[in-house]
Design a protein around this ligand. Structure first.
Ligand code: TXA
Ligand code: MG
Length: 327
């Protein structure tokens, strides 16, 4: 017998009520799906999504899969084309994730897309995941519920061992779960359907529905755990304006990404990621700030104040460095 964890919640009426309330407060809930356990949070709340990265200890912002109870709910957030409709009919609910363009009125946090114009969506088949999604009435952002770099968990005990106190609630699973292999990730945002991550639904099964698909190049070149994360295969969002890091002053015409109680003076426009110097709040605001400053007419460039390189600051700095890289 292993250690009994008091954050494991039984899948009964009382348990679901507690978990729904926790999700509505923006807290994290780990839950079983038919593939692996997910570490879930309200996908419409950027600060809740920032807590996911914090708990996983991810050093960079990988985009997150958002889970819905039905294709209908997913279609309110992303643009479905004929291919997506056919695949959703064939495989949902089930272990297929589709990367599709965000709708202009999409209410899902930009952090889930890591600043991209696409969103990964999936409708899980597992009855406990389905019940949680329906009870809480929220789309749930959920990566696999393991600490970064560790194996994806298939039972509540694994989650408790991997994440421990960093996840306040873990829904107890049952034997109906978990192939242990993650969902297949298929990018339909371009003309050519591209397999980003092989998974439970096979390439052949997909091709039987929509015809030939491409395979992400670096997926063919590497295998297994050494594989770069699919999100990293894509050119991430980068602002059109040049970005200076660790700014100690501001030049005329620059937009400022500030952090902390004393923003540098003299910026043409300032957005403060967190006046309190709170890294979770800063992570939640990062992509919206980059987009807004980049879209502000008349700016000549962007400057970012230093962000502490600890906790979520690592992921924020990783993102800022990419955004600042010469192109
Ligand atoms: O089976 C699964 O998919 C599990 C369960 C919990 O649903 N989830 C899961 O999530 O494996 P995660 O975060 O461990 O892996 C999702 C993968 C990441 O490698 C990410 O880069 C990719 O999907 N991804 C997510 N959104 C994307 C996007 N907009 N564009 C490209 N890739 C994306
Ligand atoms: Mg994972």
């Amino acid at each position: 017998m292993g250690k009994v964890h008091d954050n494991i919640i039984a899948a009964d009426d009382q348990g679901f009520a507690r978990l729904s309330a926790a999700l509505q407060r923006g807290e994290l809930v780990a839950f079983p799906t038919e593939t692996v356990y997910g570490l879930g949070a309200d996908a419409t709340k950027a600060s809740a999504c920032a807590s996911i990265y914090e708990a996983k200890g991810r050093p960079s912002f990988n985009p997150l899969i958002v889970h819905f109870p039905s294709a209908r709910e997913a279609a309110k957030r992303v643009v479905f084309d004929g291919r997506a409709e056919k695949l959703a009919t064939a495989f949902w609910p089930g272990p297929l994730t589709l990367v599709l363009p965000r709708r202009v009125d999409c209410d899902i946090a930009l952090l889930c897309s890591a600043g991209l114009s696409t969103l990964a969506v999936r409708v899980p088949a597992h009855p406990l995941a389905q019940r949680l999604l329906q009870d809480c009435g929220l789309p749930l952002a959920a990566p696999s519920a393991n600490a970064s770099g560790k194996i994806s968990p298939t039972c509540a005990e694994h989650v408790a061992r991997s994440l421990g106190d960093r996840v306040p609630y873990i829904l107890e699973g049952d034997d109906a779960c978990q192939a242990g292999l993650e969902s297949t990730v298929l990018d339909l945002s371009g003309d050519e359907a591209t397999l980003l991550r092989p998974g439970t639904i096979t390439r052949e099964e997909i091709e039987a529905v929509i015809g030939p698909i491409a395979v992400g190049k670096s997926l063919m070149e590497s295998a297994g755990e050494a594989m770069p994360s699919p999100g990293m295969l894509h050119s991430h969002y980068a602002p059109a304006l040049p970005l200076r890091l660790n700014a100690a002053d501001v030049a005329a015409g620059e937009g400022l990404i500030a952090f902390g109680p004393t923003p540098l003076p003299g910026a043409a426009k300032t957005i403060n990621l967190s006046e309190d110097g709170d890294l979770r709040e800063a992570a939640a605001n990062l992509f919206a700030a980059l987009h807004e400053l980049d879209a502000t007419p008349g700016l000549t460039g962007l400057a970012a104040m230093p962000i502490p390189n600890e906790g979520l600051g690592l992921a924020i700095n990783d993102r800022l460095r990419r955004a600042a890289a010469p192109r």
